[in-house]
Design a protein around this ligand. Structure first.
Ligand SMILES: [Zn+2]
Length: 89
């Protein structure tokens, strides 16, 4: 599991609500990217039906909401811009 962040002033996710705790994302937050499923992509849906590998749609949640830890280990961090397909629910 990769931790993305910390969020910086101007990041697009700031102000959106974490679907796990409903608290808005703010600067210095660390995020986890949680897979949901294939979403609307027909190829991903077909792969999911066959239990094959596909790139899932994901949502952002606070790192602490996903792991219980306030801060991620240093060897698990990445810049938020490296995350892909953030979907907000
Ligand atoms: Zn949260």
């Amino acid at each position: 599991m990769t931790a993305y962040g910390p969020l910086l002033n101007g990041d697009a996710l700031i102000g959106l609500h974490c679907p796990a705790c409903h608290v808005p994302f703010t600067i210095r937050d660390w995020l986890a990217q949680v897979p949901i499923g294939p979403g609307g992509d027909p190829a991903a849906r077909a792969a999911a039906r066959m239990d094959a590998v596909f790139r899932p749609v994901t949502v952002a949640v606070h790192w602490s909401c996903h792991t219980g830890h306030n801060n991620p280990p240093a060897d698990r961090v990445a810049n938020v811009s490296n995350a892909r397909n953030w979907w907000q629910i």
